[in-house]
Design a protein around this ligand. Structure first.
Ligand code: CA
Length: 226
């Protein structure tokens, strides 16, 4: 089992590395966020112990980038600040557990073992935007609890938009991801599909979620509440 520690405080880093090594793990130690991110993206770890406050790139950004790259290894956050906000933020970003400094090594080891037993973090099974829900396992879509029937392509299109909520996705990207074709071949296909998708997902509902950004592409976005 291979563990990556990202920790800039030399004493804490050395202490955790030594303890985990003695417990039988193969351990790499990165001393700042950029190094940690690089190792996390290029090597294959079973778990990551990640400090929040780091030079060059903080733990939150490291975690975000790791998850965005599709890495689902469990991440244990180390935080010196015992604030609810930090914990919530860490968990929202995809951390699996957190430990408040200072901690006893036995506590860290117990958390590490629990996380490893639990295995890789699961990919989200349901994507949400406002009252729209995509159940990725059952390939089912509902809005406001009402079932919406989509074709396979419509589902793929909606899934792409929902996974990258708030991002304007160019037609070329949609074409390559959903239709596996070049942008030049037939752009009309995308417009027609988006129109059909909107008719099903947005026409009878408020707020409207799928928007055309002229000259750029499409975006799925739930307006901020309140
Ligand atoms: Ca630190």
């Amino acid at each position: 089992m291979k563990i990556l520690i990202v920790e800039d405080e030399p004493k804490t880093g050395a202490y955790v590395r030594q303890g985990l090594t003695e417990a039988g793990f193969v351990v790499d130690l990165a001393r700042d966020g950029m190094d940690g991110l690089h190792l996390g993206l290029t090597e294959d770890y079973d778990l990551m112990v990640l400090d929040v406050m780091l030079p060059s790139l903080d733990g939150w950004h490291v975690l975000q980038a790791i998850r965005k790259a599709g890495k689902h290894l469990p991440v244990l956050f180390l935080t010196a600040r015992d604030h609810v906000d930090d914990r919530v933020k860490g968990l929202e970003l995809g951390a699996d557990d957190y430990l408040v400094k200072p901690f006893a090594f036995s506590e860290l080891l117990a958390r590490v073992r629990t996380l490893l037993r639990r295995g890789k973090s699961k990919e989200p099974e349901v994507l949400r935007a406002a009252d729209l829900e995509l159940d990725l396992l059952r390939r089912r879509v509902t809005r406001g609890g009402r079932r919406i029937d989509l074709t396979a392509k419509e589902f793929a299109l909606l899934e792409l938009l929902a996974r990258r909520q708030g991002e304007v996705l160019p037609r070329s990207l949609i074409a390559s991801q959903v239709w596996d074709m070049n942008f030049d071949s037939d752009t009309n296909v995308i417009e027609v599909a988006v129109r059909r998708l909107r008719a099903k997902v947005d026409d009878d509902f408020e707020p409207k979620l799928i928007r055309t950004v002229r000259g750029m592409g499409y975006v799925l976005e739930a307006p901020e509440c309140g």
